[in-house]
Design a binder for this molecule. Structure first.
Ligand code: SF4
Length: 345
């Protein structure tokens, strides 16, 4: 599969061919992804600590465990003081970015979120990533002025019809518009997708990867669709059924098509491959690890999908265990904030 290395033509045909790799070709695919990761991103794994600061969401995405219509979870919102307290401890454990993640709601006003960002930026050495959904340009701009470095907004699927069905009340075009606003402002922008949504095909998956490339993203997060029992599609199966290797193939092809993007080994890989999913992801193209720093008492209510690691607040995500895990792979722990390596700003 040496054609992977020389004269890569980033076509849909190539993406499809690689997604179908088997046997020795599959081994070559993983090797190529790992080598490209090494050549472009180095051997460092950046540790970015997530704080799920609120599970309140006004939306009703059909696949999501914290959708507004799920009455089987308790709702919470951390106080600004709690968020700061957790963030301020992160640098001591080599987590140089805090990722503030919540549902889409107005429980926190723009100003409140802005004050939290400002305080973290003033009083800690951390980079700040925010993930709080579709917002108007002026809100993104205001948070950027407060010090926000990055924003995550997954498009989830490149199929506009599927997007509309799974995310009632919002549109694919609106999502792309928001991603465009962020990029225009010069905010480091992350997006990504789910693998195996009911109704998708291998063509959708190839298009998802190509869309990531077309958007020229700074960060790309992907993960398998895992049905949640308390959702309208809880009885559906992942579109790739009993072929879990596709999740790693997708990651490897994503790396080959997006050599300069930060790509996390997302927690959903551990949900499907307990104790080793994220390690395998790091060997097949990923270069970021995102431990859950949400205070233990809230984790069970940020129940996005079954099998999510550390939902019970166990020590599996402790900073030391993450560092040990990364070093066991022969990789280094990232120093500094791990900003985008793209030189366009
Ligand atoms: S996916 Fe996001 S926007 Fe949709 S219901 Fe879940 S938290 Fe809300």
């Amino acid at each position: 599969m040496s054609y992977l290395i020389d004269n890569i033509k980033y076509s849909k045909e190539l993406a499809l061919r690689l997604l179908c790799a088997e046997g020795p070709d599959l081994t070559e695919l993983y090797k190529a992804a790992d080598r490209i990761r090494y050549e472009h991103m180095g051997d460092e794994v950046h540790i970015r600590g997530i704080i799920e600061f609120s599970n309140i969401c006004a939306n009703n995405c059909l696949y999501c465990g914290i959708r507004a219509g799920n009455g089987n979870i308790g709702r919470y919102a951390l106080s600004a003081g709690e968020i700061f307290e957790v963030a301020s401890a992160m640098a001591d454990s080599r987590q140089m970015t805090v990722v503030l993640q919540s549902g889409e709601s107005t429980v926190f006003g723009d100003g409140e979120i802005g004050s939290i960002i400002s305080r973290i930026k003033k009083e800690t050495p951390l980079a700040v990533t925010l993930s709080a959904g579709n917002r108007p340009r002026e809100t993104y701009r205001y948070w950027q002025e407060c010090g926000m470095d990055r924003y995550l907004l997954r498009f989830e699927t490149s199929d506009p019809g599927l997007f509309g069905r799974l995310r009632p009340g919002s549109s694919f075009e609106e999502r792309l518009h928001c991603l465009g606003l962020l990029q225009e402002l010069g905010v480091q922008t992350g997006s990504g997708f789910m693998i195996g949504l009911p109704g998708e095909t291998l063509h959708t998956l190839a298009d998802n990867i190509l869309l990531c490339r077309a958007l020229d993203l700074d960060m790309i997060g992907i993960g398998p669709f895992i049905p949640h029992p308390d959702t309208p599609i809880g009885d559906e199966k992942n579109a790739y059924g009993d072929q879990p290797e596709i999740f790693f193939k997708a990651l490897a092809v994503l790396r080959i098509f997006n050599p300069d993007a930060h790509i996390p080994a997302t927690t959903a890989y551990d949900a499907l491959f307990p104790g080793k999913g994220r390690d395998l992801a790091l060997k097949r193209g990923a270069n970021v690890f995102m431990p859950n720093n949400t205070p233990a008492r809230y984790r069970k209510d940020y129940f996005l999908y079954p099998g999510k690691p550390s939902v019970d607040g166990s020590g599996e995500e402790s900073a030391n265990s993450v560092i040990t895990r990364i070093r066991a792979l022969g990789r280094k722990i990232g120093k500094g904030p791990g900003h985008s390596i793209k030189q366009r700003r």
